[in-house]
Unconditional design. Sequence first.
Length: 178
Amino acid sequence: MKDKLRKALKIKRENFRGEQRIKADRAIASSFLSAYGGYESYFVYNSFGGEADTSLIIKELLKAGKRVCIPRVEGDTMCAVPYTVGTQTKKGAFGIEEPQGQAYSGKLDVIIIPLLAVNPGGYRIGYGKGFYDKFLKGLNSVKIGLGYSFQQEEFINDEWDEPLDGFVSEKGITTFGK
């Protein structure tokens, strides 16, 4: 079921283009920054392919003097690496630009997570490798998924899935009662 949904939503997301997508990404960034921009430290995925764009969010957080980290995959785990405008990056194992430098081990107030789908309980379907579920385990951070409204779907989560606290789409913010 999850694999079928993953495939269908990847196609739908890739076909969501043009001015409608640009407007959706701006709305997502605006809603996110209004609701969650007051924290000090952020872990933000570096958007790739059809993912909801994080570049405006990263730019605005840096401009506001916030600590921003982006992911780097090391083997079968993911770590947070501090990111600023001059940070050197290189393509990682999945073709995503990843930061170079020392991993960050301090507090992360807000973690922004990519997804293919999110259900009404706040559980997400990712890409199936489990990087985010492992990374999120035991963290006391605000966990926010970004995506488009059509990515809200009904599905049954697995016992190892880590729930989100909220989902931000072009239509606004959905919070999940935990």
